[in-house]
Structure formats: C-alpha cells, structure tokens
Design a protein around this ligand. Structure first.
Ligand code: SF4
Length: 277
C-alpha cells in the first residue's frame, strides 16, 4: 500500500511524490494538466501556455529529463533526509513562486533535493532559502521573514522567483542537455513577464547564462561578447519594442558563499533594493 505522510501545514495525508491535484497547498496542476515527456513537448507546451498560472501547472508535472525525474522521485520516496523522514515530499519540478504581475524576476539555479523538492516552493526548506527569504522580507518583497512550507502564508509582492532548471539535480549539477531542455520553460516565463518586466536578478552564473540565452532566443538585444557574470554587474537588455530590461548579477545564496562571507546580508539587500530603482 502507498505510504502517506501528513503535510506539515495542513496535516493532509499525502503520498510522495505528490500527484497533481492531490491536495498539496498551492499545487498549480491537476490530473488534466498536460505532461511533457520530451524536449520537443517542453517547447510546445511552454510556447502555448497562455498565462503564468498555466505555465507553472505544466512545469510542475514535467517529465522530460529521465535522469532528473528518477532522482527527484527516488529522493522523495526513499532518500529523504532523516529530519524530514515523516513529511511528504513534493518530488516534482518547482513552479515559480510570487507575484504573477511582478516587474522583477529572480532567477535561481535549480531546486535542492531536500528543499524545493520537499516543500514544492522555490528556495524553501534549506539554509540557502533561509538567507534569501530574510533578505526578501527586510527589503519589502516578502510578507514573512521565513518560508518553511507551502501553505505557510508566505507571499511575494513585486517579485517572482523562477529558475534555470526546475528539477533537483544530483550534486546540484544539471547536465548541459537538461539545462537546454528546461530552457524553454524559462524562456516562456520571461516572455509572459515581459509586458511589465523592468529587471531580472540572477543568483549565480548558471542563472545568468540561462537568462541571457533565453533573452537572446526571444530576440532581445544581448551584448556581444556575452557579458560575464559578477556580483553587482548590470547589463541592459534591449527588447524588440524598444524598452530595456536591467539584468543584475548576484552571488548565489548557497552556504558556500554565505557561510564564508563572500555574500553578506548587506550585499544581498543592496541588489534587491536596486531592483526597485
Ligand atoms: S529539468 Fe525542466 S525540462 Fe527537465 S524534467 Fe525537470 S522541469 Fe522538465
């Protein structure tokens, strides 16, 4: 018999991974949401998604990368961290989180196996997320200083979080093919955000490169040679309608950077506040 565990906020008994529409708080999909199983289907379902909500639903059930599907579901079923062993794991791609009409996007790398892959929300449930959410709250984007689980009341205003890759990869390293396959989702996220979009904050070089590639694929004017990632680096991306979008680099909020002081709370606050400029 399938094992069920109570969701930490609602108490609803849920299997791991959580089937679409099973009752996970904030699940954007249901059992009618179309599922991509190939790169071509990702491109087709991304390009035909008519809204941010529809796009996130389709992302959240994607099965196009066999290695990542296997990994995320293995972790959810039998590879849970001991401290979370009695919780259900989302075990699906991380949909974007935040304000669908935001003028700013934050682009991360990929979900963590016991973070987003457990909670179903970007940057939620690990130390990277703790560092980020505290800053998002200090700078007025987040309703609460912590984000611990879907359904906890957290909300973003003026910002939406997306990622270069939506499934947790082994050792946090997606392959070039997986990054290329997932890029269609990011491209459509940028396209749907474009009418209101003024700035994009990229956490780390992979998010930076993925965003530049997506912008170029959309026909935006990206400087050549490709601008190099760096903390605080800013680039203006020209859109076909003549408007520009500011691309801003920021060191990733990984423990490797935050525990060593390479990225401090003040540095992160500064780039976040700059998104409103
Ligand atoms: S990494 Fe992206 S394209 Fe690959 S299965 Fe996950 S959501 Fe789909």
């Amino acid at each position: 018999m399938e094992r069920l565990d109570p969701h930490p906020v609602t108490g609803t008994p849920l299997p791991s991974p959580a089937p679409p529409g099973a009752g996970w708080p904030g699940d954007p999909a249901d059992d009618t949401t179309p599922v991509a199983t190939t790169a071509a289907q990702v491109r087709r379902l991304a390009s035909t998604a008519s809204s941010v909500d529809e796009l996130q639903a389709r992302i959240s059930v994607c099965r196009a990368c066999a290695r990542l599907v296997r990994w995320r579901e293995d972790v959810a079923r039998s590879g849970r961290r001991a401290s979370f062993a009695d919780q259900p794991y989302w075990g699906r791609p991380g949909p974007s989180f935040g304000d669908p009409d935001a003028p700013a996007l934050l682009v991360g790398l990929a979900p963590a196996a016991n973070g987003t892959n457990r909670t179903g929300r970007m940057f939620t449930g690990d130390s990277s997320g703790d560092f980020l959410w505290a800053a998002l709250h200090r700078t007025g984007f987040a309703a609460q200083p912590t984000s611990v689980a879907a359904g906890d009341g957290q909300a973003l205003t003026g910002l939406r979080i997306v990622a270069a890759v939506r499934c947790a990869p082994p050792e946090n390293k997606p392959t070039p093919t997986e990054r290329a396959t997932c890029s269609a989702w990011l491209q459509r996220d940028l396209e749907l955000a474009a009418p209101r979009l003024r700035s994009i904050l990229c956490l780390g070089a992979i998010g930076w490169d993925a965003t530049l590639a997506a912008a170029r694929a959309l026909g935006w004017d990206v400087p050549r040679p490709k601008p190099r990632f760096g903390h605080g680096v800013e680039v203006a991306l020209g859109r076909p309608d003549g408007r520009t979008v500011r691309l801003v680099g920021c060191y990733h909020v990984s423990p490797h950077n935050t525990f060593t002081g390479r990225l401090t709370p003040a540095m992160l606050d500064e780039v976040l506040l700059g998104l409103r400029a």
